[in-house]
Design a protein around this ligand. Sequence first.
Ligand SMILES: NC(=O)c1ccc[n+]([C@@H]2O[C@H](COP(=O)([O-])OP(=O)(O)OC[C@H]3O[C@@H](n4cnc5c(N)ncnc54)[C@H](O)[C@@H]3O)[C@@H](O)[C@H]2O)c1
Ligand SMILES: [Fe+2]
Length: 383
Amino acid sequence: MTVVWSFPTRILFGENAASAVGTEAKALGATRALIVTDQGIEASDVIDPVVASLKAAGIESSIFADVSSNPLEAEVLSATDAYRQANADLVVGVGGGSPIDVAKLVRLAITHPLPLSQYTEASGGDARITKPLPPMIALPTTAGTGSEVGRSAVVTLQSSGQKAVLFSPSLIPNVAVLDPALSAGLPPRVTAATGMDALTHGIEAYCALGDHPMADAIAMQCVALTVSHLETAVHDGKDLDARGGMLKAATLGGVAFQKGLGACHSLAHPLSAVLGMHHGLANALCLPAVLDFNRSTVMPKIARIARVMGVRAEDEETLAFECAGAVRSLRKKIGLPEGLAAAGVSEEVLPKLAERALADPCHQLNPRPCTAEDMLALYRASM
Ligand SMILES: NC(=O)c1ccc[n+]([C@@H]2O[C@H](COP(=O)([O-])OP(=O)(O)OC[C@H]3O[C@@H](n4cnc5c(N)ncnc54)[C@H](O)[C@@H]3O)[C@@H](O)[C@H]2O)c1
Ligand SMILES: [Fe+2]
């Protein structure tokens, strides 16, 4: 079997990097941009340098801000109408994973007319994504999803109410602009939850089945950067070195998980779709149980993660055993709840969630296969 290793995104990193958006847009041949964001960001000053930079480069822009956390297909369709009405030829996504994913899907919907359910990963829809998409620039304002460099977009489908992943190399933004100043105002709780999403990407990508030594190295650096910077970013949001470290961690996580994810993301998706829980928090709450579950299958990898997370022990078995505890301890230091029960999840909903977790494709690359009983046991162990 031949495998593909590809890191195609142009990435700009640095304080005030957002002021280069206009030049980048011009280089992509754009004349009119649709900025996709959400209302919280539109109301803040985060969007200002992006609009100013486009204007300075002679590019008109209009703003679409009706994007919710855990975005809906209807929002993608409204944003696509806005793109048409603006006669735009570039999409600029400014925000966390939600606006960036919607921005990616506008490019898809404008060129591919079927309902989004026809393009999901689970339905083999990537084969239907055949036409070239309009260009896109992504500016993340959270540090977690890695969507700015990823080939996935997550959306709740109209037809099923399920949170689905659409996946295609065509969805990767042309340019990602990482400007630490854009995330300086992100509240501690969202900083913590999104940071745990980045950590989960690094850990799950490293443990995922598949032969991808480049993704493995990048995944470990994602873990190391998160361990160095997440606590400071949560407790002192204005520390731009920590914000920059977390933006790097999130982007590296996004690059690494082209290799695949694992059971934790399958457990996390129903927690968001059914209960509306933030995606990063859902991962943070399920990750320790998944590490314990996978330990028997990939002990050397989990021991290595534990070492990077600061666990000190001589033998591999002890290191791997302590890994879940290291995640729990980081989770506590950044002020997140200590389990699903503390986050308001009741025991009765777990069988329904487990059924949906099993239907989610992420766990297919988990190093240890998961049954329906395993999913339920993993939720119970995460309570
Ligand atoms: N495409 C992918 O590969 C991928 C991977 C993981 C998750 N996701 C998806 O991404 C979404 C979650 O994204 P997210 O965690 O980045 O959160 P988000 O985009 O939903 O944003 C969360 C909240 O933070 C606010 N916010 C964002 N940046 C801010 C800033 N700088 N200052 C103040 N407030 C700010 C937003 O207004 C919003 O209220 C979920 O829908 C998830 O499924 C996608
Ligand atoms: Fe994620």
